[in-house]
Write a protein that binds this ligand. Structure first.
Ligand code: ZN
Length: 326
């Protein structure tokens, strides 16, 4: 046989070997994922019907066309977000802050018009089937919200948007009446409740990418309005909307925590991991990559990691839960 043929045949054999190895790995991963999803479904829908708390992050919204901030090519972006995403930066130059940072990042048409993905819809289905289910999200895209997205979202009593929601506003002032500290911490406004001019400017900036001529104002006192989102120099109890007491209570009562699409970089996930260790309850992680080895309970999380896209994994979990309950 000519030498060239032999080499070609050897190369072919090598290709086959690599392919077999890859499909073996894939099959192993699938078996492992199935086993872990079975455990979660049992916690949600088994005889004891224990409540499970889902903690969701940006990875869940990728399929809705919203990029994650802390992963991949956009990692540099995260430093920009933590520098710019503060009350301090907003107060320093509100107009620049809105035009260069907030509107293009969180209120552009592609974010504002995004629709729930298969992951959101599956989680909504699980929450509807098992009312003990709770969801706390670090996303501000509003994609979990039933009030916005009907049956594709999770109902208010089972959902906390712990970092707020883009597209809503609050007073930035904290001081004397009419917007004293209490009002600034409790009230929030839909765009339709702002002045007609502010509402029209925001709408135009989002849909046409134009610059705002002025930052939006609090409809009550006229001082600069902030978006209803937790900024990096604020605490979780900075506003009533963030419902810090609600998720704090859920972390005390849930039988297990399931993390979905989070990179464990915010205080919410750190607190959840601390609390789960304190209470000795199981934790699971649905994600594209293994959780970082440096975080609390990394060993347990890595052992219970369900690798794959949230929009593929959560519908499987929803089917398992549905089957168990029928
Ligand atoms: Zn005000």
């Amino acid at each position: 046989m000519p030498k060239k043929r032999v080499r070609e045949e050897e190369e072919e054999e090598e290709d086959v070997r690599v392919a077999v190895e890859a499909s073996r790995r894939e099959a192993k991963l699938l078996v492992r994922n199935e086993k872990l999803l079975g455990e979660i479904a049992e916690l949600i829908a088994g005889k004891e019907r224990k409540g499970v708390l889902f903690v969701t992050g940006a990875g869940l919204s990728c399929a809705s066309g919203i990029a994650a901030f802390r992963t991949g090519e956009e990692a540099v972006w995260s430093r920009h977000v933590t520098d710019m995403g503060t009350r301090k930066a907003l107060r320093k130059d509100p107009l620049k802050w809105y035009n260069e940072f907030w509107v293009p990042t969180f209120e552009a048409a592609k974010v504002r018009d995004a629709r729930p993905s298969a992951a959101h819809t599956a989680l909504a289905k699980i929450a509807a089937l098992a009312p003990e289910t709770r969801v706390v999200t670090q996303n501000v895209d509003g994609l979990h919200c039933a009030r916005k997205h009907g049956s594709e979202g999770v109902e208010d009593p089972q959902l906390v948007e712990a970092h707020g929601r883009a597209g809503l506003y609050r007073c930035l002032r904290s001081g004397e009446a009419p917007c004293d500290e209490e009002a600034a911490r409790n009230d929030w406004y839909e765009p339709s409740e702002l002045s007609a001019e502010d509402a029209a400017n925001l709408e135009k900036a989002a849909s046409e990418g134009t610059q705002l001529p002025a930052p939006p104002r609090c409809p009550k006192c006229g001082s600069v309005a902030a978006p209803l989102a937790l900024l990096f120099d604020e605490c979780y109890d900075a506003h009533f909307f963030f419902e810090a007491d609600a998720w704090d209570g859920w972390m005390d009562s849930a039988a297990a925590f399931v993390f979905v699409g989070t990179s464990f970089a915010v205080e919410l996930t750190r607190e959840a991991l601390r609390r789960s260790r304190e209470r000795g309850i199981p934790v699971y992680d649905i994600n594209l990559v293994m959780p970082p080895p440096t975080i609390t309970r990394a060993d347990v999380l890595r052992h219970n990691a369900i690798l794959g896209k949230a929009e593929d994994i959560l519908p499987k979990l929803a089917s398992l839960v549905e089957r168990k309950l029928s």
